[in-house]
Structure formats: C-alpha cells, structure tokens
Design a protein around this ligand. Sequence first.
Ligand code: LMR
Length: 327
Amino acid sequence: MNKLVKVVAAVAVLASATFAADYTIKFSHVVSANTPKGKAADFFAKRVDELTGGKVEVIVFPSSQLYTDKAVMKALKMGNVQMAAPSFSKFTSLVPQLQLFDLPFLFRDTKHVHSVMDGEVGQAMKDLVTKKGFVALSYWDNGFKHLSSNKKALIAPSDAEGQKFRIMSSKVIEAQFLAVNANPQVLPFSEVYSALQHGVVDAAENPLSNFYTKKFLEVQTDLTLSSHGYLGYLVVMSKSFWKTVPDDLKPKIMQAMNEATEKNRELSAELEAGYLASIEAFAAKTGTLKIHRLSDAQKDAWRKATSVVYPEFYKVIGEDLIKKAQK
Ligand code: LMR
C-alpha cells in the first residue's frame, strides 16, 4: 500500500468509527412510505438521528420489504427487527383485547378514537402488550375503513352476501362479515392486490390511504364510503433491544416517538382529503370505479347488521372496556 492509499484508508476507518451509530433500529412496516404511517416512521428516524446526535440510527423498511404482517411479531421477539407498527388486528393471537379497535361502528369520529387511545382503555391495552414482552410505545392513526368490491356494489348489508372479503387476522372482523353472510378470508396485506386481481377474493375493507397507495382501486369496481370501522396501529419495540439502550438515550427516543405521533395524527387528517380527491380523479378518468356515499338510513342498516357481534366479544375483550370505549 503506498502512503496516499494508507492515509485514505486510515481516514475512512476514522470516519466510520466517528459516524457509525452505536445502536441500529430496524423499523419494519407493511404500507407504502407515502402514507401516514410511512411518513411518521421516516420522521421518527430523522428525529432520532437529530436528538441522539447520530448515536441511534433508525432504518425504515416499508411495504413488507422485510417482513409481512404475521412474521414481524416473531421477528421482533427474535431480535431480527427492533420496531414495528402493526395494526390492532395483527395482535389478535397475542393480545386479543386489542380487537376492541376492530369493533364495527364503535367510534363516532377521530376525536373519539383519540380519547380512547389516550385514556384508560388505551393504557390498559398497552399494559397487556407490555406483559407479552414488547415495549408498547404509541398509538398511530390511519383512518376509517371503507368497503370495496369488484363483484357487487356494497350499499345494503345484503349486498355482501356470498362475497369473499379479504380480512386482517381479527376474529371481530371475521364475525362482522359473517354477520352479513359474507365469506371472510384472512390474507396478509402484501397479498391483497393480487388476491383481488385474480379473484381469490372479491372484496375488502381499507382506509383510503391503503386503498389508494396500494392501488387497490385498480382492481375494484365499487368503493362505498362506509366508515364502518377504524384502522390504527400500536407502535412496538423489542423489549430485549430496549434493555440495551443506555438511559441517557431512552428519553431522546421517546421524545422522537412523541413528536412522530403528533406528526402522524396531523398527517392522517391532512392526507385523507387528498386520497379521496385522487381516488375520485382516478374514477372519473378510467370509468372503472364507482364511488358510493351512504345515506344515514343506509349506514344505520350496516350498523344494525354488524353490531350484533358485540356480545360475542364481551368476554374476550372485556365488556367493561367496550362500554368505557363507547362512552
Ligand atoms: C392491513 O393488513 O390491511 C393493514 O393492517 C395494513 C396496514 O398496516 O395499514
């Protein structure tokens, strides 16, 4: 090695020693980067870098690049990934109480959702998740879910009869579709587009952000703005990783998480109108998608038809928690 090469090599070693982070957090999620969850995860990564002076690095893997829904919980336990933000349904086998958030027509609006997340019920859920070996960091928003199909427009509950619905792994959502005589099938999020395209399933329920950013609108003929349920997330960290983080860095990561949560709430509210406008523009341009708005009476019919599932889950979720959340 000549002198110059040696100097360059030494500088490179020094630079990597200076700039390499002491801790790396792999943050895996399944949605697109341009969603409220994706953007909040990127914002969190940036703030952790700034607040820890580069000592902690967060690498975000969107769109199931690293793990699909189910696999991520296992990966967190194994320490193969340090953070994830699964939707509530994905916790069903671990903490079935979180299915509370899947109950149809439980929430009147986003304010109601936040009051449950930030209150006693939200804390009780976090405690249950903590007991299962995760650090339950924060609740993040996506939005209200809407029904879509390529078989028949879903205007009355009877329209769902016999339709194959892709669902998340939630017993509450399964019961919701069984209540309207549909045929629910659990599939990972990463398989939804192709399942709709190839007729493995006919229909789905999604918030507008997922419906738009994952292009489900290309493979559905009818979207009903039903707002019948809510889809949100619990951001979790691997407990064994958290234990390795020194005490002076922990509050900084928590601060970044609080800021990212605020950002996520702002973004999900802000982006919603844009997604709807983009979906409407797509529908007008292609003529392949119809958008249906329900009258109050039509919405009531869905409420009546699906709310029958509540008593079935009094035991699993806790009747007291459901009643508290309803208030
Ligand atoms: C789904 O599986 O439909 C959602 O949980 C995906 C997500 O993370 O928003």
